[in-house]
Design a protein around this ligand. Structure first.
Ligand SMILES: NC(=O)c1ccc[n+]([C@@H]2O[C@H](COP(=O)([O-])OP(=O)(O)OC[C@H]3O[C@@H](n4cnc5c(N)ncnc54)[C@H](OP(=O)(O)O)[C@@H]3O)[C@@H](O)[C@H]2O)c1
Length: 248
């Protein structure tokens, strides 16, 4: 993608990977709008990234999403890039007694919200130069983590959806998928306490790698050579990786 002079909406840009992407895009002379649920997280992002615009919005809430779209159309008509980054991750164990699936908000935040925003913002994005949609999935969409069955499934869905969207929009809009590995953010505080992941990879270092690949105009962005490993995996490899990941 072209890395400067864009108007970019990053969902979930107040923390973690989205925040680092917002910082990088601002350094590259873009207009950047971020959204998130927590007012205080947006405020502290604004304190650090002076030029960023913030909008409070829960992308799983249909009224919030409608308001966000209206605000963007009115105040940022030059929008040409949408980054669907906001996401949550939960451990869900179907062996335990539980009756609360949080209204399946993993599905509405990680998958439904992005689809709605793409549908509603696509006409505006297409009106502007260098239209681009970036969807953030996860390596867990390729190799599910059984502790997080719904999360992993939403990310597999995001990968599949992004491929189809790229095909449909091939003559008009660049469609990019970012496929992060485990990165040191606060995505799943409960899982973090339980030691689900090793967090060796710091967010700024990860986002540097992403921007190198955006510069190379790659459409599927994996960390280092992980995409090669994914693409070269046979069904047997995938099953064996799944067993290794889930029986540690
Ligand atoms: N970190 C990893 O290891 C990893 C690995 C693979 C993929 N990913 C993906 O990378 C993306 C970013 O995750 P992260 O690790 O940077 O997590 P993070 O540090 O927890 O940041 C998530 C961001 O999304 C926002 N958000 C969450 N729910 C939202 C909602 N309903 N509406 C609007 N904004 C919402 C959060 O702000 P509020 O809480 O204030 O709403 C925050 O700004 C996610 O899609 C995640 O699945 C992360």
């Amino acid at each position: 993608m072209k890395l400067n002079n864009n108007t970019i909406l990053i969902t979930g840009g107040s923390k973690g990977i989205g925040f680092e992407m917002a910082k990088k895009f601002l350094q590259l002379n873009n207009k950047v709008i971020i959204c998130g649920r927590s007012e205080s997280a947006l405020k502290s992002a604004k304190n650090e990234l002076k030029d960023v615009y913030t909008i409070k919005c829960d992308i799983s809430n249909s009224n919030d999403r409608k308001e966000l779209v209206e605000t963007i159309k009115k105040e940022f008509p030059s929008l040409n890039v949408l980054v669907n980054n906001a996401g949550i991750q939960r451990d869900v164990n179907f062996n335990s007694n539980f009756d609360d699936l949080h209204n399946l908000d993993e599905i509405s935040i990680n998958f439904e919200g992005p689809i709605f925003l793409i549908k509603e913002l696509l006409p505006l994005i297409k009106e502007n130069n260098n239209p681009c949609i970036i969807n953030v999935s996860s390596q867990l969409g390729f190799f599910p983590m059984a502790k997080m069955p719904i999360y992993s499934a939403t990310k597999a869905a995001m990968h599949s959806f992004t491929k189809s969207l790229r095909h449909q929009l091939k003559d008009s809009v660049e469609v990019i998928e970012i496929i992060p590995p485990a990165v040191d953010t606060n995505l799943n505080p409960e899982g973090r306490k339980k030691g689900n992941f090793k967090f060796d990879l710091k967010t700024p270092e990860y986002v540097e790698d992403v921007f190198e690949k955006l510069k190379e105009e790659l459409l599927e962005i994996c960390y280092k050579d992980n995409l090669e490993n994914i693409n070269n995996s046979t069904k047997k490899d995938i099953d064996s990786i799944f067993e290794k990941m889930n029986n540690r």
